[in-house]
Each structure stands twice: as structure tokens, then as C-alpha cells.
Design a protein around this ligand. Structure first.
Ligand SMILES: *[C@@H]1O[C@H](CO)[C@@H](O)[C@H](O)[C@H]1NC(C)=O
Length: 372
């Protein structure tokens, strides 16, 4: 049975409390995610858009790229990026949208490519978190297109009010963290072309619009966090670890102090057959690994072969720090590794590269590295 939201709503809300007593590996048993049923409105809308010839693929979105990223080397950051791309002038400076999460086609598929192409997806939240969007970037041409995130509702759709602090692509799904809730999942086999116009959702004339964006990506379901130790969890960033068998999604917490709150990394196993998290008959997935740490201001992390690579930000004008940590041992520090505003991380096992995005207006890049 899949739990519906109404069942979950009667559970007591957990209060934040510090559960970590030492840093390093912890018992993962307290941490669980419970999936909601797949959206029925999504299935209904899917038929409508497919019948109208407006269900498009990721390749279609890449081919429609209407903006260009340009090669530009950040002036701050000593990590020697091998990828350094700046957004176009509108996106680099806008105060309305902030880039947060990054994932690549090497997360999506073990070959490194999706529909034969290498691409990145980057998430952005609106300044007040009232809406979110993702950019699809073609790695070969550096062209990109923004796609609006929507939540299907009846025969229409509405806003996705999420901070979108981290994203991970796995198979046909885009996993997006929702800070206090858990993980939202978007269906990459349902990208819909809408009419260009103001407003969001179905209009009185029967057409669909999305704030002048050409495409929308709908939410399929979500995983709600619960714990048996009374702790809440800040789902601040997420990454895929293909070096685990089965692969896992790792989520982690951003905190600005560690005396009263936990700073944890928790992994949940995926089911490679379905590309969904490995749930039991009740729709519950138990964590497979958990780690306590004392790294402050962590904006992103990825795990590989038992190591965790960590992205710590230091404000808008100072470069961010990278830590290479094997839980149980001391971390290696790389101070000033990133340009200012480093965020979520994503590892590419095919190219042996890893990526972040930087968030502050004027200094917004995709940067990638081939060492850590
Ligand atoms: C929509 O397109 C995707 C490919 O991007 C495909 O997998 C899916 O089956 C299509 N949906 C429908 C209802 O035709």
C-alpha cells in the first residue's frame, strides 16, 4: 500500500534535536522515506499533451536551446576547473532566480549519455521559493533552455514552491530535494510544450501556459522523511553514488552551527530496475548508510568509493572550500577551491569529472574538476 498525504498528516511532527554524539558512521536505521502514490492528474494530462503532439523528449528540449553558455574562467577559486561556463547576461545577473542544484546525463545513465547526448540539468528557485525551474544544457553546443516545474492538479497544474537546493537524475526521473519534507520526483518522460503566455496552468480558452516558458516538467510523486529517533532532517542537497551496489542517493544537511543541530549525510538505495528508490510493500525505503559530521555551511556533497567530497560556501565574495572525507578519518581540506557561491555537487564516473554551480548574481558558473 502507498500512503497518501492524508494518512501521513496524522503522524506527529518531529522537532529538531541533536542526535549525533560523535562524527563518522552512524546507524542508518532511524531514517526512512515514504513514497506517495503517482500523480493521477499527471497521467490524465500526459494523455492530453501526447494526443496533441506536445509531449517532448529531452533531445527536443536541447534542440530548442535558445540561450548560450560561454567559456569564462572565474577569477576566484584555486581548484583549477576543467569546465568553466558562464550563463548568458540575463541569467548571470538576475535577482529573481538563483541556481542551486546540478546533475548530468552521467547520473541519468551509466553510459554518460541520455538519448546519445551529454547534458547537464541545473535547478533554480525563485527568490521567494514560490516557483522553481530547471535548465537543460547541451554539453556539445553549450546551448540551453529553461523548463518550468509544475505540480499537476486536476486537469491543470500549479507552482512547485521548493528551494530545489540539490538535484539528481536517475533513469527517467529527476530527484529534487525539498528542505523540510524530503525528495520530490519529476517525470522526465513527460515534458510538455505549452503556449507562450502569462499565467500558469489551464486557461479559460482551454490552452495551457507557464509564465511565458515553452516547456513544463511535472511532479510525479514525493518521498516524505520520517525518523524513529525523533530527529528532523534538512534535505539541502542530493547526489547519486554509482559506486554503491545498488546505486544510492545521498542527501545531506546545511547548517550554520553544530552545537544544537545535526549535520548528517544519509544514503538511500535505488532499485535499478525501476529507477525509483527501493521501497518495501508499504512504500517505505530505509536508509542504507548514515554519517554525522561537523562541516558547517555544506551546500553539496557526493560520495564515491567510501569517500565524501564536500562543498562548503563562504559568502558572496570569498571562494568556497572543498573537503575530501573518509568518514572515521580526518578530512583533507582545500580552502578556496571553488569560486564564491558553490552549491550542489554531481560526479560523472564516465569522464571522471565533478560539477557545481555558483549562485551569486554576477558570478554564476557551472564549474567542473577532474581531481579532488
Ligand atoms: C512522451 O515522450 C517520452 C519520451 O520523451 C516517452 O517515453 C513517453 O512514452 C511519451 N508519453 C506518451 C504518453 O506518449
Amino acid at each position: 500500500m502507498k500512503l497518501s498525504l492524508s494518512h501521513l498528516a496524522v503522524l506527529p511532527l518531529a522537532l529538531a534535536a541533536k542526535t549525533c554524539t560523535d562524527n563518522g558512521p552512524q546507524d542508518p536505521a532511524p531514517y526512512k522515506l515514504t513514497v506517495t502514490a503517482d500523480s493521477e492528474p499527471l497521467a490524465k494530462l500526459s494523455e492530453i499533451f501526447a494526443a496533441a503532439g506536445k509531449n517532448v523528449s529531452i533531445s527536443d528540449v536541447l534542440d530548442s536551446g535558445n540561450r548560450d553558455m560561454t567559456s569564462s574562467t572565474p577569477s576566484i577559486g584555486n581548484g583549477n576547473p576543467v569546465v568553466h561556463l558562464a550563463w548568458n547576461s540575463g541569467d548571470v545577473g538576475t535577482e529573481k532566480w538563483l541556481p542551486q542544484g546540478i546533475t548530468s546525463s552521467a547520473d541519468g545513465d551509466a553510459s554518460g549519455k541520455w538519448e546519445g547526448r551529454e547534458s547537464w540539468i541545473v535547478s533554480w528557485h525563485q527568490d521567494d521559493d514560490s516557483n522553481a525551474r530547471v535548465s537543460f544544457i547541451d554539453r556539445e553546443t553549450n546551448k540551453y533552455r529553461h523548463v518550468y516545474l509544475v505540480r499537476p492538479d486536476d486537469d491543470s497544474f500549479g507552482s512547485v514552491n521548493v528551494h530545489a537546493g540539490g538535484i539528481a537524475w536517475y533513469g527517467p526521473y529527476l530527484y529534487i530535494v525539498d528542505t523540510g519534507v524530503g525528495i520530490r520526483v519529476f517525470d522526465l518522460t513527460n515534458i510538455w510544450e505549452v503556449e507562450i503566455g502569462d499565467g500558469l496552468g489551464k486557461q479559460s480558452d482551454g490552452t495551457y501556459v507557464a509564465e511565458n516558458y515553452r516547456y513544463v516538467l511535472p511532479q510525479l510523486h514525493y518521498y516524505r522523511f520520517s525518523s524513529t529517533d525523533g530527529s528532523s532532517f534538512r534535505h539541502s542537497y542530493i547526489s547519486l553514488d554509482r559506486s554503491d551496489d545498488p546505486p544510492t542517493l545521498m542527501v545531506g544537511e546545511y547548517q550554520t552551527e553544530d552545537s544544537t543541530v545535526d549535520i548528517r549525510f544519509v544514503k538511500y538505495p535505488l532499485n535499478p530496475e525501476t529507477s525509483r528508490l527501493a521501497t518495501d510493500d508499504e512504500g517505505v525505503v530505509g536508509a542504507s548508510e548514515a554519517y554525522c559530521s561537523n562541516f558547517l555551511r555544506v551546500q553539496g556533497a557526493f560520495a564515491l568509493d567510501g569517500k565524501i567530497i564536500i562543498s562548503r560556501s563562504n559568502g558572496g565574495s570569498t571562494g568556497g572550500d572543498m573537503f575530501n572525507w573518509t568518514p572515521g578519518s580526518a578530512a583533507t581540506s582545500h580552502i578556496g577551491w571553488f569560486p564564491p557561491g558553490n552549491e550542489d555537487l554531481s560526479y560523472n564516473p564516465v569522464r571522471k569529472e565533478w560539477y557545481t554551480v555558483t549562485e551569486h548574481p554576477g558570478t554564476r558558473y557551472i564549474v567542473g574538476y577532474d581531481s579532488f
